[in-house]
Design a protein around this ligand. Structure first.
Ligand code: HEM
Ligand code: NAG
Ligand code: NAG
Length: 321
């Protein structure tokens, strides 16, 4: 038994050393010398964009997630179609859905101007914009780790397979997150990103017309703007406060008012995820703290660092040459 415990301790030690060496590639002070104005410049543009349209905060948060789950956080999601790029923007989870690309362009030109040259990667812009968006809508800040570089490739096929579907049950969601080094707690905390933003009717109509794990009053309310046939692009907020980063998303799940099948699965499919949902629904400080920790973990997914990749001049295109 003692030998077994020692072995366990050794395994844990080795794993944590490996984990630290991966995330140690990124650090919060990365641009301190090369562009001290980088972070404040990004924040200014994000705040302006969110003031103009609150939903933009949600859209920017989602872009970072959709970047990190496909080839790591390397801004692959931002590349437009070209002769060498099969754009991830055309993958099913993104097409007619992912948005905020113009704001990213705006941030990029403001940052390059403030720095005097292109030193800040598009991948880091996504990570910082996600954090600034959450803060602009009422969430708590975290220290974004920086130093990611931008890819010279994209993979539409992988965007189709790696981004989780809203029709998944808990096991599928857990597998998807585990494939990216994220655990059950990360899944529940990060799903809390759905405390802001909107979904199109086509993604939840089966749930509101066919499922039994739903509050019937909530189903009726949603049916009023999401018809049985047609109207697939009509929007509904994930929770009643779609422009506020708060714990309402989890409160709704407890009442069986989750919008997506995958949202409600966290509460009805598993005992420990259910416990976490309940905890977060009543403990804002805990949710905010765990969300920040899990965002840092998500932001550490296989970044390009050192001499790998490049710093794009235009987030939509790889540099020429
Ligand atoms: C757990 C698996 C997840 C699934 C199945 C999922 C699925 C979806 C779907 C279907 C939409 C609506 C898209 C549309 O109708 O156009 C959406 C929106 C959104 N997702 Fe997720 N998502 C997941 C996890 C996450 C994570 C981890 C984050 C961020 C931390 C996130 C942030 C968002 C945000 C903010 C929106 C609203 C975007 C907007 O209004 O523009 N999601 N998600
Ligand atoms: C894209 O990803 C798929 C699935 O992982 C892989 O088979 C394919 O080779 C990749 N394509 C490119 C262009 O990297
Ligand atoms: C409800 O389920 C039936 C049977 O699976 C399916 O044919 C129908 O399209 C579903 N309704 C909606 C609105 O998704």
């Amino acid at each position: 038994m003692a030998a077994f415990l020692r072995l366990c301790a050794l395994v844990i030690l080795v794993f944590s050393l490996v984990a630290t060496s991966i995330s140690a590639d990124l650090n919060a002070n990365y641009y301190k010398k090369t562009c001290p104005k980088a972070l404040s410049t990004i924040k200014t543009v994000v705040e302006k964009a969110v003031a103009k349209e609150k939903r933009m905060g949600a859209s920017l948060l989602r872009l970072h997630f959709h970047d990190c789950f496909v080839n790591g956080c390397d801004a692959s999601v931002l590349l437009d179609d070209s002769s060498s790029i099969d754009s991830e923007k055309n993958a099913f989870p993104n097409i007619n859905s992912a948005r905020g690309f113009n704001v990213v362009d705006e941030i990029k030109s403001a940052v390059d101007k403030a720095c005097g040259r292109p030193v800040v990667s598009c991948a880091d812009i996504l990570a910082v914009a996600a954090r600034d968006s959450v803060v602009a809508l009422g969430g708590k800040s975290w220290n974004v780790r920086l130093g990611r570089r931008d890819s010279r490739t994209a993979n539409r096929t992988r965007a189709n397979t790696n981004l989780p579907s809203p029709f998944l049950d808990l096991p599928g969601l857990l597998t998807s997150f585990k494939n990216h080094g994220l655990n059950e707690k990360d899944l529940v905390a990060l799903s809390g990103g759905h405390t802001i933003g909107f979904s199109q009717c086509g993604n939840f109509k089966n749930r509101i017309y066919n499922e039994s794990t739903i509050d019937p009053n909530f189903a009726r309310t949603r049916q009023a703007t999401c018809p049985r046939t047609g109207g697939d692009t009509r929007l509904a907020p994930f929770d009643a406060t779609g422009n506020k980063f708060d714990t309402d998303y989890f409160k709704e799940l407890v009442k069986r008012r989750g919008l997506l099948h995958s949202d409600q699965a966290l509460f009805v499919n598993g005992a420990s995820t259910k416990d976490l949902v309940k905890k977060y629904s009543g403990d804002r400080a805990l949710f905010f703290a765990d969300f920040g920790k899990s965002m840092i973990k998500m932001g550490n997914i296989t970044p390009l660092t050192g001499k790998n990749g490049e710093i794009r001049k235009n987030c939509r295109k790889v540099n020429s040459g």
